[in-house]
Design a protein around this ligand. Structure first.
Ligand code: 3UK
Length: 520
């Protein structure tokens, strides 16, 4: 499938609405909270779209959604795109300062926020003049804002889709970088059917008989693709789980209760499930016919352990926010455990050296990818855009090698970024937290593999007057540093190891040689 196969004027709400002709009464969405048919979803989408239009929200306007995976997330998302707006699914794990930056950078006009997340964003909403209204999902009395339920209650159930061009932007996702605030990635209406066909149908073989469930949340592109766009494109149902993926018992219970056929997950969650004794006996997982993994490399050992325990073969796949979804994958019947598989139809990849020359098989190079779902730039980031978007080719920042059989093997990042549990971690953020301690002169954070072969942050710390410190003093300091990190950083960002050094290894020009620390 090519973008040019789509009508020139196309609105991605088609992915939902094509279901109305033949399966309006089929269950589209299941959750502990609520289950909805395609017809019911469509009516709520129309009500929400009408409420947005009433506020004056129109073409190109950004509407932010900050909410756990629930039905309102989904209806709000399709409502925004249906009226020609730009839907911004906000990461629910961020801090107030990051929400502040994103609200400003995106010029959000309406914020739709769940009551459980209101406290972290409400301190900064007042200062954003572009922001017309805050709508609260859940607790009606919270913060004195209008509730989602009341906001849409009196609205009409019908709404005509805006006549959007297939190349109009319809969504904005923020993705983290080594330094500075996250970068906004805009995707167009056309990207949605493209990824659904190229990955959901052509690679994962989804049909209307499937039911998907994802531990990756809807605000992640991996999550919304695998657990909303792919299933609805083929008329399948999705299961929404509002809990944390770290509560694996909740994850397994959801599988048992709602019986998904396709499990969309990440290596750390596979690892955490495998660590649960007798999990296959305690939970009924027999509905699952396929398991996907992405976000970070899945170790071959975890692949084998999962196969031994469940009989299922995990498909490790790689995608990125810039391409929206998968561009390389292990496919059913064609799996090389530990690798990212091969490029999928619609995408080409190249491995090049730092001069842009293709490298030979077996050698490590920079991964470039080309495919029609790729974004065009980062919002308000001229320099970073020029670096990443090179004509038709995207410079991913990943290092890879290809073996003689054509499988691609991940060899870390070319920048200093880490993927921990599928989530971005910038070493700079951890370093700044550690440097807040008076005793720390300087420090550097790198990735280090744990026993399960998953990458975790490791900190090297140089102290003021390190020579004079006793082992006991160092032990006390270590405790203080761990406490500081617990206060400042989300759990996945906290260093799992802290080592004291007299000096950091540096180049002649004074740059920290992280590769030396990585090799230690
Ligand atoms: C890393 C992997 C090794 C890699 C994503 C599937 O993760 C997704 O998007 P992000 O923008 O991050 C992209 C980066 O994550 N990565 C992802 N998958 C793998 N590294 N093996 C893997 N299997 O550094 C990549 O550049 O958060 C994943 C589908 C859609 C996505 N957006």
């Amino acid at each position: 499938m090519k973008a040019a196969d789509l009508p020139t004027h196309y609105n991605m709400c088609e992915i939902l609405e094509h279901n109305l002709e033949t399966r309006a009464d089929k269950t589209a969405l299941l959750s502990d909270d609520r289950s909805m048919t395609f017809g019911e979803v469509s009516r709520e989408v129309n009500q929400t779209g009408n409420a947005l239009l009433r506020l004056g929200v129109g073409f190109g306007d950004c509407v932010a959604i900050l909410c756990p995976d629930r039905s309102e997330w989904v209806t709000a998302f399709f409502a925004v795109t249906k009226i020609g707006g730009v839907a911004l699914g906000m990461n629910t794990l961020l801090k107030t300062a990051e929400y502040d930056y994103i609200l400003g950078d995106s010029r959000t006009r309406v914020l739709i926020v769940h009551d459980s997340l209101l406290d972290v964003i409400s301190p900064v909403v007042e200062k954003h003049e572009a922001l017309l209204t805050v709508v609260v999902i859940g607790d009606k009395s919270k913060g004195g804002y209008i509730s989602f339920e009341d906001w849409i209650a009196a609205e009409e159930h019908t709404l005509e889709a805006a006549r959007t061009h297939r190349d109009d932007f319809c969504s904005l996702h923020y993705s983290s970088g080594t330094t500075g605030m996250p970068k906004g990635v805009l995707h167009s209406h056309k990207d949605y059917p493209l990824i659904a066909q190229l990955s959901g149908v052509d690679v994962f073989g989804l049909t209307e008989n499937d039911r998907t469930f994802s531990v990756a949340k809807l605000f992640f592109v991996y999550g919304i693709g695998g657990n909303l766009i792919f299933p609805w494109y083929v008329g399948a149902s999705c299961i929404l789980y509002a809990g944390s993926p770290r509560q694996v018992a909740g994850v397994l219970k959801t599988i048992e209760n709602y019986r998904p056929t396709t499990f969309v997950s990440v290596p750390t969650v596979y690892g955490a499930i495998l660590a649960l004794p007798d999990f296959t006996e305690r939970f009924n997982l027999e509905s699952v016919r396929q398991c996907l993994s992405a976000g970070e490399a899945l170790p071959a050992t975890a692949w084998q352990a999962w196969k031994d325990a469940t009989g299922l073969e995990i498909l490790d796949t790689i995608g990125c926010t810039e391409t929206y979804h998968t561009f390389m994958a292990n496919r059913p019947g064609d799996i090389r455990p530990g690798s990212s598989g091969k490029p999928i139809g619609g995408y080409e990849v190249r491995l090049v050296d730092d001069e842009g020359v293709d490298v030979a098989d077996g050698e490590t190079g920079n991964l470039m990818v080309r495919g029609e779902s790729t974004a065009l730039f980062y919002l308000h980031q001229y320099e970073k855009s020029r670096h990443a978007f090179r004509g038709e080719w995207l410079f991913t920042g990943d290092r890879y090698s290809r073996d003689a059989d054509g499988y691609y093997w991940h060899a870390g990042r070319g920048d200093d970024m880490l993927k921990v549990g599928g989530l971005w971690v910038s070493p700079v953020e951890i370093e700044s937290a550690l440097c807040e301690h008076d005793a720390v002169a300087e420090c550097a954070v790198v990735g280090h593999y744990d026993n399960a072969q998953l990458l975790k942050p490791k900190a090297f710390v140089c102290l003021h007057d390190s020579a004079d410190r006793t082992a006991d003093q160092e032990r006390v300091l270590l405790g203080e540093l761990l406490k500081l990190c617990a206060k400042r950083l989300d759990a996945h960002k906290r260093p799992r190891w802290i080592e004291f050094l007299d000096d950091l290894p540096r180049t002649a020009t004074g740059k920290v040689q992280r590769f030396q620390l990585r090799e230690q």
